[in-house]
Structure formats: C-alpha cells, structure tokens
Design a protein around this ligand. Structure first.
Ligand SMILES: [Zn+2]
Length: 262
C-alpha cells in the first residue's frame, strides 16, 4: 500500500509531468473511484483547466487547479500515477484519465479500486475532517510534538505509529522498518518507552522516511542494514544474521528481529 515515501515520489512525478498543461478531456471508469463528485462534475470542473501545483499530507496527494479547487488522490492498496503519450503504453486498470492538449495523458491507476479521488476547496479543512494528525515528515512535527502525540497512548508501538490520527503517512511496511532501526519490538507498549527510547524512535522515524524518499521508495536502493528488502518469513536480519520473525499485530503482519529489537 502506498505510504508516505511512495506518495512523495508520486508527488514529484506529478510535479515533473502534469503541471501547467491544459486538460482537454477527463474520463472516469468506473465512477466508484470518485467520492463526493460525479463524473459529469469532473468533466465540467476540470476540462479546460490546468493543474498548478501539488501538496502531500500523509498518504494523500492534493493537486491544485487554476480555479482554487483541489483534486485529492488517495491510492488505496495498489494505486499510482502514469503519464504517457502513446496509447500503446496505456496501463491496465486506469480509473481516471486526464488528457492534455499536448497529446499526453495522466492516468490514475488502481488495480483493486480501493483508492479514491475527491475534491476540496480547502486542503487544511479536508485534513481536519479526515482526522489526520501532522505529516510525519512535516517540519512542525518535531520531537516535542511527537512525544505529545503519544503521551497518553494505550497502543502498541507499531499500532501507534500507524495511527493516522496521531501522525499521518506511516503504514504497515514502514512501521516495521522504523521499529527495526529503533531496536523496538512491534508489540512494545508506547507508554513503556522511556524518554531516551522515544528520542531514538522519533529520530529513526524521520531518518527512515527521508531515506526511503531519497531512494524513490525502491527497496532495492535501500541501505544494506535495512529490513524491508528482506521483510519476509525466512528472511535474515541484515544487522545480526538472526531469522526474521513474523507475528500478527492488530490483525496485520509485523516482521522483526528477535535479537536486535527488545
Ligand atoms: Zn538482528
């Protein structure tokens, strides 16, 4: 599922491809990918307009239009964006297509159709309405804000990191890497972590997410001591060589090293 680093890469891709080009035509198939807007309104609102910028918060991508509206992309389990000219390169499972007057197309691809496109006039209000906490890589989300977010937490460490109300952007996969780098087991209670462990957890959260963005969210490019390229049953810990364990945490699979994480 696309998490913060993946969506940041989508944002960079969007910035590099789709901005300041006139949208000639909008197609949506099927309409279930839309939420709070109809296909007819999509055509009415966006044909003839241009994307002027993009912003990311957590796992959401916001695309601003030249009339102060924003389109909101959420990528569900498998979503991504593709920009192309030749229709032979049209991806399968495209759910919404923006065709520009320059002959290129931007498509929103969602194989399992769990992602959604919405629109808003006010990004900050949208974020509040969804109950999203601060963005994990946001500059204002500093150590003090991090500790405050988890001060009264009754959650396990992994569940807490994935709680979008507390901090937006971390999902099942990156929570495992952050806890691996911090040396904390997924089932440790947040409230059991002392100040020094919280300092480390915060530092590793920022470092892992930044590193992943720098690697364009491609696990093959990750540093040698990262868990994600080996995050599977039977995997070997890149730090100590022990076998990676898999357990269930809040009904999701969590992977950790029993020797490196306490
Ligand atoms: Zn280990």
């Amino acid at each position: 599922m696309p998490e913060l680093p993946d969506v940041e890469v989508f944002k960079q891709y969007f910035d590099a491809t789709a901005l300041h080009k006139e949208i000639r035509k909008v197609d949506v198939y099927p309409a279930q990918v839309l939420k709070g807007i109809t296909e007819k309104e999509m055509k009415l609102n966006y044909q003839g307009r241009k994307f002027t910028g993009a912003r990311r918060h957590g796992k959401y991508l916001f695309a601003s239009m030249d009339d102060n509206r924003w389109l909101v992309f959420h990528f569900g389990m498998t979503g991504h964006l593709k920009y192309f000219k030749n229709c032979n390169k049209q991806p399968h499972f495209d759910r919404a297509q923006f065709s520009f007057t320059n002959g290129y197309h931007l498509v929103y691809v969602s194989k399992r159709m769990l992602g959604r496109i919405e629109q808003t006039q006010d990004v900050d209000r949208f974020i509040r309405r969804k109950g999203l906490g601060p963005d994990a890589l946001g500059e204002d989300f500093d150590l003090t804000a991090f500790k405050a977010a988890f001060a009264d937490s009754q959650s396990m460490a992994k569940t807490g990191l994935m709680d979008q109300d507390k901090v937006a952007g971390i999902g099942n996969v990156y929570a495992d890497e952050i806890l691996f780098q911090a040396g904390i087991r997924p089932k440790r209670q947040m409230k059991e972590l002392d100040n020094a462990r919280l300092d480390i957890l915060f530092e590793k959260m920022k470092a892992v997410l930044k590193t992943a963005v720098d690697c364009r969210a491609d696990v093959d490019q990750f540093p040698d001591d990262y868990l994600l390229p080996r995050r599977e049953a039977g995997g070997v810990c890149p730090k100590c060589g022990a076998g990676i364990k898999r357990i269930k945490v809040s009904n999701r699979s969590a992977y950790y090293c029993p020797d490196c994480q306490t």
